[in-house]
Design a protein around this ligand. Structure first.
Ligand SMILES: [Zn+2]
Ligand SMILES: [Zn+2]
Length: 137
C-alpha cells in the first residue's frame, strides 16, 4: 500500500518537500551531469506533477544543460530537484533525499554514460560501518 505522502529534505533541513503519490516512475540515471552534480556513480530519480509537490525553502538553480534547471540547497549543497523546459508542469526529485518511495526502480537511463568503476558492485565484500579492515598505510 502506498504511503499517503512522501517527505524529503536536504542535509541541513533548510529545504523540505512533500510528494503525494503515485510517482510517475523510479529510474537510475547514469548521465555524466547527474554523476558530477551529485558526486555519485548514478542518481535515482522520480517525478510527479507540480500540483502534488510542495517545498519549503528556496533552492539555488543551475542550468546544467539547455533547459534543465537543477536545484540545490545554498547552505549544505544537497541536490533537491530538477525541472526541464521540455516537460513543463513536472518536477523531478532524487529518491535519495526522500524518506521512502511508492515503487521499485523500473529502469536505467543514459546507461551508455555509466561510470566504468561501478562494475562488479555485487561481488565486493560488505562491511558494517565504514570498514573493519586495518588501514594499511
Ligand atoms: Zn540544506
Ligand atoms: Zn542524469
Amino acid at each position: 500500500m502506498s504511503p499517503a505522502v512522501l517527505t524529503g529534505r536536504c542535509l541541513c533541513g533548510a529545504i523540505t518537500l512533500t510528494i503525494t503519490p503515485p510517482t510517475d516512475f523510479v529510474s537510475h540515471c547514469h548521465c555524466a551531469s547527474c554523476r558530477v552534480a551529485h558526486a555519485a556513480p548514478f542518481v535515482t530519480w522520480t517525478s510527479v506533477p507540480e500540483q502534488r509537490f510542495t517545498m519549503t525553502g528556496e533552492p539555488h538553480l543551475f542550468e546544467s544543460s539547455a533547459g534543465v534547471h537543477r536545484g540545490f540547497c545554498g547552505r549544505c549543497g544537497t541536490q533537491v530537484l530538477y525541472r526541464a523546459d521540455a516537460t513543463p508542469g513536472r518536477v523531478y526529485v532524487p529518491v535519495g533525499i526522500l524518506d521512502g518511495i511508492d515503487r521499485a526502480a523500473d529502469s536505467h537511463v543514459s546507461y551508455e554514460e555509466r561510470a566504468g568503476w561501478i562494475e562488479g558492485l555485487e561481488r565486493l565484500p560488505c562491511f558494517a560501518g565504514k570498514s573493519q579492515r586495518t588501514l594499511a598505510w
